[in-house]
Design a protein around this ligand. Structure first.
Ligand code: NAD
Length: 374
């Protein structure tokens, strides 16, 4: 049997429709009196934020309800200053990966020069999975071009994660689809990660099983609570697999497309994923056979690389069924074809790209993949 090692993290997970009602009881147990809350603006518009504010009452000292995508440095500086000014003891991130990422980034910086920890509570309403990991990223907009820098810090793993599918019923179809493909990508890159382990593999395999069918149902019937619950479970398992392994070329590229070219994270995932799978197939096909089987590719008797090519074709179709952009030229971020070599150059400096199972030895390999995805 292969050797393995991985870190796991102490987290309390509360899952199920109505589980937001447990928030107060856990905050009480944590003993935190001064809380800050980070949220996407949609959380204010759809009323979820008011619900949380009512639950927390006087404990909630500051609410930041306009967190922008990709945790930008200017807004991070503002959030940090507010946290310090108000002697914040714990931070809640509610919404997508961006407000949860902001909560983690603020917690990491507050805890940097002290032995104290500043607990993070995450209430995810997309399928991005950041709530399960010790990773946070900040986009440095003062650099030209802007670059997203990621770091790992076990102190910022959310101590409490509340998954309440009721809060996802109003996630619009396009965001449902694109953040769902992000969850699928976590499972896929976990399955062939260079430091995969039995737990990440089990979580990722089960994640694909829950996601593959439920995502289409959530896309076509956004208010189907059963499908929403199954999809949230899938994204939890995807996040769990992501937490104990390193990702590869796909995620490295998505971070560059997000941080430098401002492509929304889920859209970057939807465009790049089939290309990244195809790029890696000669090295990773065997690890992805369970995904192919889940996608009903008849794998018996097929060479693994052939089965995975069939899976890639099916994935293009699957992503197309949800009307997501499938070419970088349609990513809606003003990207030009002439930007591709330059993005490949930046990606070649990205550590996640170099954690890819198939070695990336020069930036031309990345440029070629980006051209295929153009
Ligand atoms: P996001 O947080 O930027 O949210 C995307 C959009 O979804 C926003 O417009 C938001 O308003 C909307 N939204 C969220 N919940 C909604 C709801 N219930 N109803 C209506 N609208 C809703 O994006 P994301 O895709 O969730 O997360 C991406 C970010 O998370 C990226 O910055 C990515 O790098 C990061 N991420 C980090 C990790 C990690 O481990 N650190 C993992 C995955 C993603």
């Amino acid at each position: 049997m292969d050797r393995f090692r991985y870190n796991s993290y102490a987290q309390e997970i509360i899952f199920g429709a109505g589980s937001l009602n447990h928030l107060n009881e856990v905050v009480e147990r944590l003993g935190c009196q001064r809380l800050m809350l980070c949220a996407n603006h949609s959380m204010r518009v759809n009323g979820h934020l008011t619900l949380v504010e009512n639950i927390l009452g006087e404990r909630l000292i500051v609410s930041l309800d306009q967190i922008h995508p990709h945790v930008q440095d200017v807004q991070f500086d503002e959030a940090l200053a507010l946290a310090v000014e108000n002697n914040i003891e714990a931070i809640i991130g509610i919404g997508g990966g961006s407000p949860i990422g902001m909560a983690k980034a603020v917690s990491a910086t507050l805890g940097k020069d002290s032995n104290s920890t500043f607990p993070v509570i995450a209430i995810p309403t997309t399928y991005a999975g950041s709530e399960m990991t010790p990773v946070y990223g900040i986009t440095n907009t003062k650099e030209n071009p802007p670059q997203k820098v990621t770091a790992r810090n076990p102190k910022i793993v959310p101590q409490l994660v509340i998954y309440d599918p009721n809060l996802t019923l109003d996630l619009p179809p396009k965001l449902t689809a694109s953040t769902g493909v992000n969850a699928l990508a976590h499972c896929i890159e976990a399955l062939y990660s260079i430091n995969r382990n039995p737990i990440s593999t089990a979580a990722a395999t089960s994640g694909v099983h829950h996601i593959f069918d439920a995502l289409l149902r959530c896309y076509t019937h956004p208010d189907d609570l059963e499908a929403r619950s199954e999809m949230l479970l899938g994204s939890h398992l995807a996040g769990l697999s992501l937490a104990s392994v390193t990702m590869g070329l796909h995620h490295g590229l998505c971070h560059v497309l997000g941080g430098t070219a401002n492509v929304p994270h889920g859209i970057a995932n939807s465009i790049i994923l089939p290309h990244a799978i195809r790029f890696n197939a000669e090295v990773t096909a065997t690890q992805l056979l369970p995904v192919a089987a889940e996608m009903e590719i008849p794998i018996v008797g097929l060479k693994p690389v052939i089965a995975i090519e069939a899976m890639v074709q099916k994935l293009f179709h699957y992503i197309g069924q949800m009307h997501l952009p499938q070419h970088l030229q349609d990513a809606g971020a003003g990207l030009q074809e002439s930007d591709l070599p330059y993005l490949a150059e930046i990606a070649f400096q990205n550590q996640t790209v170099h954690n890819n199972p198939k070695p990336i030895t020069n930036e031309l390999q990345i440029a070629e993949l980006l051209r295929d995805a153009w």
